[in-house]
Design a protein around this ligand. Sequence first.
Ligand SMILES: Cc1cc2nc3c(=O)[nH]c(=O)nc-3n(C[C@H](O)[C@H](O)[C@H](O)COP(=O)(O)OP(=O)(O)OC[C@H]3O[C@@H](n4cnc5c(N)ncnc54)[C@H](O)[C@@H]3O)c2cc1C
Length: 257
Amino acid sequence: MASFSEYVFPETIEEAYALNQKRSSVIVAGNMWLRMCGLRKKTAIDLSRLGLDGITEEGDAFTLGAMATLRDLETHPALAREYGGAFGEALSPIVGTQFRRTATVGGSVYSRFGFSDVSALLLALDARVLLHARGETPLRDYQREPWDRDVVLGVRIPKGRRAAARSVRLCSTDLPLLVCAASLGPDGLRLALGARPGRAMIVAEGLPADADEAAFAAIARDVPLGGNRRASEDYRRRVAPVLMARAAAAVRGEERA
Ligand SMILES: Cc1cc2nc3c(=O)[nH]c(=O)nc-3n(C[C@H](O)[C@H](O)[C@H](O)COP(=O)(O)OP(=O)(O)OC[C@H]3O[C@@H](n4cnc5c(N)ncnc54)[C@H](O)[C@@H]3O)c2cc1C
């Protein structure tokens, strides 16, 4: 269980950022991960009063606020319309509804978990992370960086792509053994893998829309996959092309199972 000496609700982003520069401070979003960490910090910085919980649609993009919950994404009608239900598909297997009503976009993106359904889908959609100090940065770069003390304000995702996500789990609600998110736009098919195990990454871009199983098998031979106590590397390498083919079929509108 995490414990803090003081619990602060900053009134501005600048205040939150300044507080977060101290090693004795930590940002609290939904507290769903932090509370399990046994962390002891002087100051907890709660972002919940900063108006970061919106999902807005402007022109050619959506902005997902850092404090929007996974359930907000999963049930948002405009996101469902634009991305063909991909947020529902990708996020509904995560733990349970009550959990997803509290876990946030910011906590998920900042943490860069090696089992993330969230990051895999956002990568497939070419998301950009909105950071207070640094500004906008591509998620694909952010995924490779060490944890820092900037504040995630939200995520921007361009419109114009259909998306789908497929995962394999030992049982529903468990952590994924492997995740594949796909998106299809004017520049072709993009695939991202999560739970490799390791931070999610883009594994293919600009593939033809009708890429076939041989193409997916070739990609799966070379992508960085590993083993852990949940699944071996060999298992993941066999499952990867199957998930890629299923996600690709879904974005082509061939199946939505
Ligand atoms: C039991 C369990 C099972 C899970 N299963 C899955 C799964 O199957 N698939 C999946 O994708 N995810 C899974 N997750 C991760 C989950 O979806 C959330 O990403 C995670 O719990 C983060 O929760 P939170 O948003 O409450 O963030 P918190 O726990 O509050 O914070 C997490 C970290 O992010 C930092 N942080 C939070 N917000 C910001 C911000 N705006 N700016 C900078 N730093 C910030 C915090 O300081 C902390 O270090 C699981 C988590 C748990 C606990």
